[in-house]
Write a protein that binds this ligand. Sequence first.
Ligand code: BGP
Length: 465
Amino acid sequence: MSQFPEHFLWGAATAAYQVEGGFDADGKGPSIWDIFAHQPGATYQGTNGDVAVDHYHRFREDVALMAEMGMQSYRFSISWPRLLPKGRGEVNEAGVAFYSELIDALLEHNIEPMITLYHWDLPQALQDEGGWEMRSTAEAFVEYARLCYERYGSRVKLWATFNETIVFIGHGYVTGSHPPAVKDPARAIQACHHVFVAHALAVKAFRESGIKGQIGFVNVLQPHTPLTDSPEDKAAAALADGIYTHWLYDPVLKGEYPAELVSQTQALWGVPRFAPGDDSLLKENIGDFIGLNYYRRETVVANNEETQLKANHSGERNSGHEFGFKGLFKFVRNPNGVYTDWDWEIWPQGLTDGIMQIKARYGDVPIYITENGLGAKDPIIDGEIVDDARIDYLRMHVDAMEEAMRQGADVRGYYPWSFIDLLSWLNGYQKQYGFVYVDHHAGLARKRKKSFFWYQKLIASRGEQ
Ligand code: BGP
């Protein structure tokens, strides 16, 4: 029997920089991604989000497609510098109006908006002042959050503050592959702390605003399995889990850092500096839900080799994916694993296990699966986009999510990544995730893929199909 209750939300997700385009339209200020992606060699073949898939101008057409597919909710992010070009202060009313019209269009089609306030496009003006390393950025974030509550709060019930700390902090301050392209774990730890402070301040402001809704945090869910049973590999996998999961979930779900892990890693990157009052701020402002983005697991070994932080951005299998920190852990290929062209292991069981681990550690926190999907170069046969591999991937993960619900997890919605083909941050437009194809050789025309019709049936049958 289906585990999906009537109020379960079947949705899909996107993020501003990846779909909107209009990067300098109607008074928008530059974000760190606008600047970064224009630097030679920063992204795969120099792709950027200047135009993206032009959702900024075509959102009505896109919302009509969402409605046709039967989507009940749409997770999208707001571009902070579209609303506040300098990050704080003067409001760009044209930017405010864009999201206002988008929200109205969604509601006209009975599609519940879920807003992500921060999906990585920090106003460049704030980066120029030091970005997330400065506590003042957390204060500017709350000003921005309040503006969004004020303008959209009467119409929007579901809110998330941040998307995936591990990615924008990890890549922004450790691997250096995202802006601001720093490679210094100690700076990462402090920037990350200011993100938690910003989250807590925004949760507090949300509750003060009286909005009748829920606010949460979105994190990557990435299980780590040791390659062998050796105590070294097991310890390396546990450490990777601790860093990827506990370090980033505990502060927003328990209001504190995992003490044991903090002392274990102190010699490597120090400890976050707290300002007076941070302790109680974090503890008193736990969000209402957690959003989980699940794509893959990693197989882990202990690592004494030099640090290597290379990822596959070309979509050619086995093209130099080597990711490991000296003395900590290294990700290796699972010899029995099934992989995507970008060397991500497909492991649906990890979604069930991961959800159950969250429940075991944090209790009955409501969960939304805020991202899940397959990045692939979709086959086109006789003009049709026959993305059977995506359908298989999503079907297996819907089953895995349902299994966690059967085991008692409170999962309230599912948002595959992504509604439409869009810009993959470092992999260009060739890594497709959408239900809707975008033809870059035909004026960005939209076309329904095979998975569009599959998801339409899945929603109509409430997960049965
Ligand atoms: C998540 C991000 C998304 C999206 C997705 C797929 O980390 O929240 O914005 O891009 O991953 O990743 P990629 O585009 O690198 O394949």
